[in-house]
Design a protein around this ligand. Structure first.
Ligand SMILES: NC(=O)c1ccc[n+]([C@@H]2O[C@H](COP(=O)([O-])OP(=O)(O)OC[C@H]3O[C@@H](n4cnc5c(N)ncnc54)[C@H](OP(=O)(O)O)[C@@H]3O)[C@@H](O)[C@H]2O)c1
Length: 335
């Protein structure tokens, strides 16, 4: 085991995309373990849009403090243990932070680390994507808020991303007509050819709004909203009376001072039900959701894809990739 622990420290709060000076690489010693502690080697880090929120200001969690290791969710393997619940070789997911090694402490009452069970045919990285935060978010957003019915039209924005791709497939499983909105022909091809979406609209084409109208001839019953801004505005325009809007994310605003939210006029005129949610609300039901997602995956009803960036030092660039759309499916850093 190495004695040094590389860490990415929050040095300044970003304006727009993350600048190299905002997150700086530093080296610390790996800690000597006290009773009740375990040390785990971080293998993969989940790159999530919310990291940009955590860097900027208090939200549903306090902002990361300047000088702290950047908060991140990751997959790690225990290399040394004096903790009663974890032994060497155990695989865990939890808030590892952007670093090589993470400490698991019995005093952490939040239970930030969960052991990952060995499941045949399921890769370690699936626990950060389709069976992790993204799959769980898609599951609860669809099953608890959208409640999809056969024959309804579901629109998903950021549809070729980690969360959107799963939400759309859950819509297909429930018999919806699923229309994905994504940036670029490769993403749209993946949605149509591999994931079985009924239509995929490339919002980077100038005529995308006409194509979107043509792809939703019966209007829109459910908006699984990941983006906000102009895209959300265009979807709300095509909503049917009493439609449901699952407000999962508003990524187009995360790097802006003024997030430019869609107009509420359509919420009024179309009598829409708009519900925001944060996946932490459903912590007590993760096992139920992961079991169902795992079954769908094993029976080939859910497909996933990963974009993997190599090297802890590349994590800041990787976070920016979410905002330039350079990922397809789940974005991970291999440490
Ligand atoms: N509520 C919750 O608890 C929860 C949990 C997890 C995630 N989320 C939210 O879910 C959304 C997706 O997150 P994810 O982790 O699955 O990321 P992701 O979709 O895998 O990656 C983000 C994607 O967003 C799209 N995007 C970025 N900026 C955009 C813009 N200005 N206009 C249109 N599209 C843009 C890009 O795809 P294109 O190439 O298509 O532009 C990019 O690939 C985010 O809003 C996130 O905050 C919410």
């Amino acid at each position: 085991m190495a004695n040094t622990n590389r860490q990415l420290i929050l040095h300044s709060r970003p304006k727009g995309l993350i600048a190299p000076s905002d997150l700086q690489l530093a080296e610390a010693s790996t800690p000597a373990l006290a009773d009740g502690q375990a040390l785990a080697r971080v293998k993969y880090i989940s790159i999530d849009p919310t990291m940009r929120i955590w860097m900027a200001a208090d939200s549903y969690l306090p902002a990361v403090a300047i000088g702290e290791v950047m908060r991140a969710f990751g997959f790690a393997e225990v290399v040394e243990s004096r903790h009663k619940d974890f032994k060497k070789g155990d695989k865990v997911v939890g808030l590892t932070g952007l670093q090589d090694y993470t400490l698991i402490d019995v005093a952490d009452k939040r239970g930030s680390f969960q052991k990952v069970p060995p499941v045949p045919f399921i890769s370690d990285t699936a626990f950060l994507g389709v069976l992790g935060i993204n799959g769980l978010t898609a599951y609860f957003g669809m099953m608890e808020i959208a409640k999809p019915q056969k024959g309804e039209t579901l629109v998903v924005s950021a549809a070729a991303g980690a969360t959107g791709s799963i939400a759309g497939q859950i819509g297909k499983i429930h018999g919806c007509r699923v229309v994905g909105i994504a940036g670029g022909p490769e993403k749209c091809r993946w949605l149509l050819d591999d994931l079985g979406f009924d239509a995929a609209i490339d919002y980077k084409q100038p005529d995308w709004k006409d194509k979107f109208a043509a792809a939703t001839p019966k209007g829109v019953d459910i908006d699984f909203e990941n983006v906000g801004g102009e895209i959300m505005h265009s979807v709300l325009d095509r909503m049917n009376l009493h439609g449901r809007v699952v407000l999962c994310g508003l990524i187009s605003g995360y790097t802006k001072e003024d997030p430019g939210l869609a107009s509420f006029v359509m919420v009024l005129v179309k009598r829409l039900r708009v519900q925001g949610f944060i996946i932490l609300d459903y912590t007590h039901r993760y096992m139920e959701a992961a079991t169902q997602l795992g079954k769908w995956k094993m029976f080939g009803k859910l497909k996933d894809r990963e974009t993997i960036v190599e090297g802890l030092e590349k994590a800041p660039e990787a976070i920016n990739m979410l905002f330039t759309g350079a990922n397809i499916g789940k974005l991970l850093v291999k440490v």
